[in-house]
Design a protein around this ligand. Structure first.
Ligand code: ANZ
Ligand code: ZN
Length: 800
């Protein structure tokens, strides 16, 4: 018997598929459509990661199933091709980022094809392509026209070594994420996008979409909407009124417990009060130190509170009328609320720590809680004059009104800093004219292409590299014809990925970013899978862009993605994150070469629940590999016999289970069921052709090459990937299945039904169940006890 030769089979079918159009999405609006999307990769020098393979295989399985259920499926791929690594490499070597990027893209394309993903390659795109970024620039100008792109002086995180501005998330532990170097604050004019205008809709419209709960929760938290009030406190110096300060609080009900006031170091009241503050030198000193820190450092939990009292000035609590001290402290941030707070140490954790350190009065104004501890709960008011006895709920409104305050909603979300002083990005298509101001580059002049440079380094002064292209910078004002200068900042990496899913529907269009007809047909994306790390960046940014496009009539719906799921990470064998520096990276090429793409795909879908982080295991690969070898062997038993009853039942069970599991991304249990079924088939002398074909049908989305080969060996001329998805007969799924109870240390933790009898397989299924794995993460398995057809008890070894 010819043995299973993955290399021969996989190359053969990849070539055949490549020469046909079986995975093409048809622009035929009479067909029911399904748009499945994965996050396109940044084409790095390191090549494709096994984490990409996990996400792409999952959506490939779903896309293949949908195609066979009669949907016209769009499953596209492209490259998020602007980015820093190519630019850093150019700074070092002088090699143009386009050259390295193109080389990396060819490598990615080859790697992606070697995995047998059913992408529609005719729609491939790259964000660094002028025919693509022409439209990124065009869309940017829409933001500009509508006043949502604006320039503003902003303190930015400046990496002293890389000489670039960093986004907040690129500052980790107070240092530059890339080089580990010192980060300081610098004021720079930046392009901003007004995402905060969409804060409410970005939260409220989550109700319209089907995202995992944790994804919704992260977005809601990130936007950070809080309902509260602004209250005004009068300031005093030697018994004279010297102005007022307004605070933002979510707890106006605790006003009578506000025993001091805190200003952010950057708060303007401090310099306004300079002549009244008797210890101004000390205060100024403190401010200098505080403002050099990042927000994250300043507000880190458990960090020792610091601050300085403003001597010579005080504030009046508008509730109690009492005089209270004022401090400057770095735990209050200037960009949140009003940059000033009323401190209520009895009911706020941070204020409590601060009050203890500075020996300030801690006055309880809400009943309950333990003595000497903070009580953050709401409740009945005490020590609050005429408001005593009210509930927090009632008091919030009454107190706010009584002191002339105002209800207010505040957000943590800030407008998006949208410019970078870098080379390898989309030039911002704006011209600066001394007479006309900021003038958009006319549409006919788009794309505004990146000029060639000799040297890609940013300058010491923080000017973008493009400033060096003097001939390019100098231009004519499109409005008045006078001498003018081009903007030299470029867009951030997030620009191209904020709308790429729209371009896929019409990637070759030179007249429009995409035709309205195609957009209306294909959008919204039906299912988008990606990484949790993109939840508050890319996913939020692209929702914002799309909502804006909806508002100005470019698209017909206001949410781009109907459904969003996320995969867990693939960790290295040692349980760490894979990284080049640790030398623990698994290269998918290598696995494809040795075991085959089908084994790699099966393994990544089988290694654990899809949404969990799971460590790579070379041994683990052998399970799926042996399974495929068994499938190969089983095909030789196929004969013209009729179906036996018990096989028929198991077949219908398997159709049901695999179909349902795919829809829920429970790929691991779908595979378990197919393994169980294959064992049933293995017990038989001969296998009915009809049964084996159904088995291949179900396995095909997971292992597209071997199934296509065996399908064709059985005499079929059309691709298995075009056959209708098998249907089960409900009446035939009833079976002699028995219920297995799964216990962990004697406690019932899960149950499942099976017709399987083999002990090892049942134990394996039990150990791989979602409900069981969480216990196994914490302890080692000591023994697995099996009571035939009834029970699996997993006994753990608990360390002390
Ligand atoms: C008094 C108070 C009493 C507060 C109490 C809380 C509990 P969220 O929910 O995150 O919006 N705050 C306001 N502005 C601040 C700033 N710029 N920097 C640091 N902290 C600031 O938090 C709102 C609360 O955070 C506000 O309500 C304020 O403290 C503080 F029992 O006011 B609270
Ligand atoms: Zn002009």
């Amino acid at each position: 018997m010819e043995k299973y030769d993955h290399k021969k089979i996989e190359l053969k079918w990849q070539e055949k598929w490549g020469n046909s159009d079986i995975y093409r999405a048809k622009d035929d609006i009479s067909l029911p459509k399904f748009y499945s999307l994965v996050e396109f990769p940044y084409p790095s020098g390191e090549g494709l990661h096994v984490g990409h393979v996990k996400s792409y295989t999952a959506m490939d399985i779903i896309s293949r199933k949908k195609r066979r259920e009669g949907f016209n499926v769009l499953y596209p791929i492209g490259y998020d091709a602007f980015g820093l690594p190519a630019e850093n490499y150019a700074v070092k070597t002088g090699i143009h980022p386009r050259i390295t990027t193109d080389k990396n893209i060819s490598n990615y394309r080859k790697q992606l094809k070697s995995i047998g993903l059913s992408f529609d390659w005719a729609r491939e795109l790259s964000t660094a392509d002028p025919s693509y970024y022409k439209w990124t620039q065009w869309l940017f100008l829409k933001f500009f026209e509508h006043g949502l792109a604006y320039k503003k002086k902003m303190p930015i995180n400046w990496c002293v070594d890389c000489k670039i501005g960093l986004a907040n998330e690129e500052v980790v532990g107070g240092v530059c994420e890339r080089c580990g170097g010192e980060v300081e604050k610098r004021e720079k004019e930046q392009w901003m996008l007004a995402i905060t205008k969409y804060a409410d809709r970005l939260i409220d419209d989550l109700e319209k979409v089907d995202y995992l709960d944790r994804i919704k929760a992260q977005q809601i938290n990130w936007i950070g909407r809080s309902k509260g009030a602004e209250l005004s406190f009068k300031l005093q110096a030697s018994s004279n009124e010297v102005g007022e300060v307004s605070v933002f609080t979510t707890r106006p009900d605790t006003l009578f417990g506000a025993t001091y006031l805190v200003l952010a170091p950057e708060h303007e009241a401090i310099s306004n009060l300079k002549s009244q503050i008797s210890n101004f030198d000390e205060v100024e000193d403190y401010i200098k130190k505080a403002t050099s820190k990042t927000d994250i450092e300043r507000t880190a939990e458990g960090k020792e509170k610091t601050g300085v009292k403003l001597e010579g000035v005080s504030a009046i609590n508008p509730g109690s009328g009492e005089e209270i001290p004022i401090f400057v402290a770095d735990y209050v941030l200037v960009h949140y609320g009003t940059g000033a707070i009323m401190a209520v140490p009895a009911h706020d954790e941070r204020d409590f720590e601060f009050a203890k350190k500075f020996d300030l009065e801690i006055r309880k104004v809400i009943e309950g809680g333990k003595d000497g501890e903070v009580n953050v709960a709401e409740g009945k008011l005490i020590n609050s004059g005429k408001f005593d006895g009210l509930s927090s709920e009632e008091a919030k409104e009454k107190i706010t009104t009584a002191v002339g305050g105002e209800e207010k909603i505040t957000y943590k979300l800030r407008d998006w800093v949208f410019s970078r002083q870098r080379y390898w990005g989309e030039p911002i298509p704006i011209i600066n004219c001394s007479k006309c101001g900021l003038v958009p580059v006319p549409e006919k002049d788009l794309p505004l292409e990146l000029p060639e440079l000799e040297d890609y380094k940013p300058s010491e002064s923080g000017e973008a590299p493009l400033a060096k292209a003097k001939d390019w910078v100098k231009t004519e004002c499109p409005k008045c014809g006078g001498v003018a200068e081009r903007e030299t900042d470029t867009m951030p990496n997030w620009a191209g990925s904020s709308w790429y899913f729209l371009r896929y529907v019409d990637p070759k269009n030179n007249e429009e970013f995409a035709s309205r007809e195609k957009l209306d047909y294909w959008m919204p994306v039906d299912w988008y899978n990606g990484g949790m790390e993109h939840t508050t960046l890319h996913l939020l940014y692209s929702r914002f862009w799309h909502k804006f496009f909806y508002d100005i009539g470019l698209v017909s719906m206001d949410e781009p993605y109907q459904k969003r799921t996320a995969q867990g990470l693939v960790l290295a064998e040692d349980g760490d994150k894979m990284s080049k520096s640790k030398g623990n990276v698994v290269n998918p090429n290598d696995i494809v070469e040795r075991f085959g793409a089908d084994t790699l795909r099966m393994y990544e879908m089988f290694m654990g629940p899809f949404d969990q982080n799971v460590a790579w295991s070379e041994d683990g690969l052998m399970g799926p590999r042996r399974f495929l070898e068994k499938v190969w062997r089983l095909s030789k038993k196929v004969d013209e016999i009729s179906i036996e009853k018990k096989i028929e039942t198991e077949m219908h069970n398997t159709i049901k289970k695999v179909g349902e599991d795919i829809e829920e991304m429970k790929f691991n249990t779908a595979i378990s069921q197919m393994m169980i079924f294959s064992n049933k088939l293995d017990e038989e002398e001969k296998i009915a052709k009809e049964v084996f074909e159904v088995f291949l049908d179900l396995l095909a989305p997971f292992a597209p090459h071997i199934t296509e080969e065996l399908w064709s060996q059985l005499g079929n001329n059309d691709s298995i990937h075009l056959t209708p998805w098998p249907q089960y007969d409900k009446n035939k799924t009833v079976s002699d299945a028995h219920l297995i109870v799964v216990q962990v240390d004697g406690k019932v933790r899960a149950k499942f039904e099976t017709t399987e009898k083999e002990e090892e397989i049942i134990k394996d299924v039990a150990l791989k169940m979602d409900e069981i794995r969480k216990y196994l993460d914490k302890a080692e398995v000591s023994r697995v006890i099996y009571v035939p057809n009834k029970l699996v008890n997993i006994v753990l070894r608990h360390s002390k």
